[in-house]
Design a protein around this ligand. Sequence first.
Ligand code: TLP
Length: 344
Amino acid sequence: MKEFIDLRSDTVTKPTPAMRQAMAEAEVGDDVFGEDPTINALQEKVARMLGKEKALFVPSGTMANQLAIKSQTQPGDEVIIEASSHPYNFEGGAGAALAGVQFYCLPGVRGIIEASQVEEAFRPFDHHFPVSRLICLENTHNRGGGSIYPIKNIVEISQLARSKGLLVHLDGARLWNASVASGIKPAEYARWADSVSVCLSKGLGAPVGSLLAGSAAFIERVHRFRKMFGGGMRQAGILAAAGIYALDHHLDRLEEDHRHAKYLAQGLSELRGVSLDPDQVETNIIIMAVAGSGLTTHQVAGVMKELGVLVHAFSKNGIRLVTHIDVSQGDIEKALDAFKRVLQ
Ligand code: TLP
């Protein structure tokens, strides 16, 4: 099989031999009975890292986000969210289907919103209105190009939320990237949110799994809905072991992915027809436009594939590139050379 340099997502990583070894050796039990020691250890570890009372292991980031929405709203409530966010756009309409909520979408700058926007979106009590209940933030922001949420915005939004009786959910699928890049601890980000989801199967390189963290009472509620959503797993300590391994060995190295993304962005920004500001590449995601090249994003992705590099043409205007543990500096050089051939 042809070996591609795969920059479509940081979800494409394969478990390393050492991670597989840790999985093979994991002690397991039936987690629906709460008897899987490796899952329990992972949950305790992540709760500690996020400064929350409890965390619950779930199969995916989508399930973690949707459990957070389901557990903190009633049908008919309104969730204030940024317009290009993951829970609103890329989770199959689950907020409407599973929690019966509607979304109030705010335009962000690279996915980031301001407290003043939330204040305007908040609905005072009136029986005509839906009840504003929950605010969702995303850090880093995927469609924002891996942008890091400024802690100032998070604090101001959280304080506003508390003053209005709103809850805050943080989609932290890539909170690890935000933390490594900014030097702000995951718990400091999490402190301003009632619930936080984090993923193990993105930059950290584990094959499966996410966690949702919050107060003990919140996790109790989430546990019931996890069962309802079909997310109760059995001897999944095999998966949790990969997560523990990833947190112990793959966290600090995210800095390398960020360096690779910056280097690639710098090179790409010098190519004719590319619109991209390398200064805006803060973590492992690059979003660029190629309209100036005279080629469509799909044409660029097609020729890049022929040259052995996979990229994600997600719209007429945007191509996304994501660096990760399975992409080396040499791969980045090769990808850049391929782009030069396509776009120069
Ligand atoms: N994002 C994936 C897929 O949606 C395409 C990707 O390749 O970036 N929150 C954020 C911010 C995410 O980026 C993702 C996944 C999720 C939640 C959902 O996680 P999963 O895929 O585990 O359900």
